[in-house]
Design a protein around this ligand. Structure first.
Ligand SMILES: Nc1ncnc2c1ncn2[C@@H]1O[C@H](COP(=O)(O)OP(=O)(O)OP(=O)(O)O)[C@@H](O)[C@H]1O
Length: 768
């Protein structure tokens, strides 16, 4: 222990040194222009390089501080490496690695080696720390011929994992770099570059594995991903808050997180659809329906429509417009971008009409007007406000919001019942509207060609400057960070953190945002990688939107069909993916439940088995001493008091067991407010504060979350999959408070779970 503590002291001293250097460098880079070499373009670029480099380093130093080093690998060939959250080198001429980043290849045996396949290891050590103090060591001997003993062997190999799983929850998910399991490691580092589907039951680590995969990809493909950013889509804001600290704690910040209701820049879904409306809006056919609706808005004039111009009246008949419309549609451009073609054809034909009239030879000879005269006539026709108004009427410009709002107010091309389900005038946007807005934006297009051309020319200029600055930075680098075998692949060197193009983008006066920030504002942004959690919930229309955001199809999809409850969700992975990648996707499964103890899992599984006797839940890695309990009250109005009493009892238990902890009351939506009022210390609402000791949630809000204790209220009101989700959120204790009879599968599970001597009465709490 003493030797590891000495090492830890050296390591933290080095970290402090690096942090100070980075802070100093950052301070001087941020100094006012006059002191830092003037305000020239070149000087500003150099400053940007420094700021990007040093703030990246600082973020990594700060993130790496907690649990900086957690493992050690001693190889048979004499190599001896410490493994940590980030890689750090000594300040010597060889830049010897002090600690290796967990994502480096050389760290892999830490997660994969077994007695059977030792991967060249003699021993593997887990180092537990509190702050900078080493508090425990666990050694595993992997080379059976190794007779050396340290006194730290022989402890349960899973001790570190189990202590992490037993720890009280904080309301925030933590990284698992110290205890990644072999089946998880294979997914995190999967070489597959396309769509990877990670499936598994509740608590199998799907979410945490996907986040670590993002961290790994940001390391392994840093150049691409730092520029294109990673998008993480999660079911609700509470969930995103819950997982939000995992990647920053691993030093990764180039990530945008969003719910499906936030995927159209400038709009946030705040209203809720009925299940019927959400189902209709989510259907793949809506893409065709909207496309037809856009064509409907390309209209024909009333017969005999006359337009008055300075040069006389013009007849705008259906033939003229039909031809112009046909020619505009033939361009295959989106509606708004095809409009100039339509306008041009209409003006051309009206001009011809005018020219025929003005320049006609009464004796039947050729037209008197020359090409210049006709061109002049064309200009005056185009400038006519009446002509413009007619074109606006026949081929109007729309924003996506206008188009979708018009469609919802009068839904066409839908069967009557479906149209009724979605009909809405005005009002706020819903989550199911977001893919419709995106589809509309695709159908309409955005005429930004001139702005794009200008921006691109300016950008090329900046890239040339930036390349010069980077060459300068590369030549003068003093590198601290290194953990990959390849000397040239500095993980966080300036020239990797920020390449010429990114630097050029950053140098743009008006736009100093990160890639993730720019991505958030840009509907057409192509992300380097997308992670979708609770992917089984998304509708076919939502998938169309997401696939547009990721043309490379580099995606990790996380889901569990048994937890699917959204109306209109896609169903099978094949159905989701076939239109976009055919059969070119990989499917991996996780089979061990790290969250829910077996007593609780048995009860939850009973609920699904009641509808599907062949259902097999994931195997729980833990059991706890507490049997789930149920308490029945005579009438619904007694629920709030009973829940308040149960919360007091359970929080006291958590206090006894873990010193702290988090409890969730999961109740049907209509009861949430009443229960929250009966629990004054609790947090509830659209964005509940999960770090509070007690939260009150609806079943959909509980998705993906976990708590030490969970009290499920009135489960008869839940759908089967919602109930399964609710019952599988607890890491320690589960209770049910109800007035109505328990659903069939739950009642049977509770009976089986009751400890002998507890009376066998489901109606009586096992706790008394
Ligand atoms: N290797 C591990 N080491 C430590 N903790 C782990 C490990 N794997 C998973 N866990 C923990 O198990 C819990 C469940 O993980 P996670 O939320 O990712 O599961 P999930 O499969 O997404 O669950 P659900 O589908 O129910 O939302 C988390 O607290 C996670 O940190």
């Amino acid at each position: 222990m003493g030797r590891e503590q000495e090492f830890m002291n050296v390591l933290y001293a080095r970290l402090e040194e690096l942090r100070e250097q980075a802070e100093d460098a950052l301070r001087s880079a941020m100094a006012p222009a006059g002191e830092a070499g003037g305000g020239t373009f070149q000087a500003r670029l150099e400053r940007d390089v420094m700021v990007a480099e040093q703030s990246g380093l600082l973020a990594a130093f700060n993130a790496g501080e907690r649990g900086l080093c957690f493992g050690r690998l001693v190889f048979r060939d004499g190599r001896d490496h410490h493994i940590g959250r980030i890689g750090i080198r000594r300040d010597d001429a060889e830049r010897t690695p002090l600690v290796i980043d967990w994502r480096a290849d050389v760290a892999r045996p830490f997660y994969l080696a077994t007695g059977h396949t030792p991967m060249g290891l003699r021993r593997r050590r887990h180092i537990t720390t509190e702050g900078q103090q080493v508090t425990a060591l666990h050694d595993e001997i992997l080379d059976l011929c190794d007779s050396e003993r340290t006194g730290h062997e022989g402890t349960d190999a899973d001790a570190v994992l189990l202590s992490s799983l037993d720890a009280a929850r904080t309301g925030r998910m933590h990284d698992i770099v110290q205890t990644i399991q072999a089946e998880q490691d294979r997914i995190i580092r999967a070489p597959h570059r396309g769509v990877l589907v990670v499936e598994g039951g509740p608590g199998t680590g799907k979410t945490v594995v996907a986040l670590h995969r993002a961290a790994y990809l940001l390391y392994a493909q840093r150049e691409l991903l730092a520029r294109r950013a990673v998008l993480i889509v999660g079911p609700n804001p509470a969930f995103l808050g819950y997982i939000g600290e995992v990647l920053p704690s691993l030093g990764e910040t180039g990530v945008l997180m969003a719910t499906p209701g936030e995927l159209f820049p400038g709009v946030t879904a705040t209203a809720t659809d009925t299940p019927e409306a959400a189902e209709v809006k989510g259907r793949a056919e809506m893409a065709d329906v909207l496309a037809r609706y856009v064509r409907d808005r390309q209209t024909l004039p009333e017969p005999g429509t006359v337009i008055g111009t300075e040069d006389g009246d013009l007849l705008l008949d259906a033939d003229i417009v039909t031809l112009a419309r046909h020619q505009a549609r033939e361009t295959k451009l989106p509606h708004n971008l095809a409009r100039p073609h339509f306008a041009f054809r209409v003006i051309d034909q009206l001009t011809a009409q005018l020219a025929d009239r003005i320049g006609a030879d009464p004796f039947g000879g050729p037209n008197f007007l020359g090409p210049d005269d006709i061109a002049q006539l064309g200009i005056s026709v185009a400038a006519s406000s009446e002509v413009q108004a007619a074109i606006d009427e026949l081929w109007p410009l729309f924003t996506p919001q206008e188009l979708v709002a018009d469609f919802l107010a009068d839904p066409v091309h839908l069967p009557e019942a479906d149209a009724e389900a979605v009909r809405r005038t005005g009002g706020e946007w819903t989550t199911a509207d977001i893919p419709l807005l995106d589809e509309a934006a695709e159908l309409l297009g955005e005429d930004d060609s001139a702005a794009r051309a200008r921006a691109e020319a300016e950008r090329q200029e900046r890239v040339a400057y930036a390349q010069g600055v980077l060459d300068l930075s590369y030549g003068s680098r003093t590198q601290e960070f290194e953990d990959r075998d390849d000397e040239d692949s500095e993980v966080l060197a300036a020239h990797n953190l920020i390449d010429a193009e990114r630097l050029a983008d950053r140098a743009e006066e008006a736009d100093h945002r990160s890639a993730a920030e720019r991505a958030a504002a840009d509907r057409t942004w192509a992300f380097g990688h997308i992670i979708v959690d609770e992917a089984q919930e998304l509708s076919p229309m939502a998938w169309r939107l997401l696939m547009r955001r990721c043309p490379t199809r580099s995606m990790t999809l996380v889901g569990d069909p048994a937890q699917t409850a959204e109306p209109g969700s896609c169903g099978s992975w094949e159905r989701i993916l076939e239109p976009y990648v055919g059969e070119r996707w990989e499917h991996v499964r996780l089979g061990v439940n790290y969250r829910t103890p077996s007593q609780i899992m048995d009860v939850a599984a009973g609920v699904l088995r009641a509808v599907d006797p062949s259902f097999r839940p994931p195997r729980s890695i833990r059991t706890t001493g507490s049997a789930p309990w149920a308490h029945r009250v005579a009438e619904e109005k007694e629920l709030a008091d009973a829940v308040a009493a149960a919360v007091d009892r359970e929080t006291a238990q958590l206090g006894d067991e873990a010193g702290q902890g988090r409890l969730a009351v999961i109740a049907p939506g209509e009861l949430v407010e009443t229960l929250a009022a009966a629990l004054p210390e609790s947090s509830a609402g659209a964005r509940p504060d999960l770090t509070r000791p007690v939260v009150v949630l609806g079943p959909r809000q509980a998705k993906g979350l976990e708590f030490d204790a969970v009290i499920v209220v009135e489960p008869a009101e839940f759908g089967v999959s919602d109930l399964y989700v609710a019952l599988t959120r607890a890491t320690q204790r589960l209770g049910v408070v109800h007035a109505a009879a328990l659903p069939e599968g739950l009642e049977a599970g509770m009976r089986a779970g009751l400890a002998p001597g507890a009376g066998g009465e489901v109606g009586a709490s096992a706790e008394g």
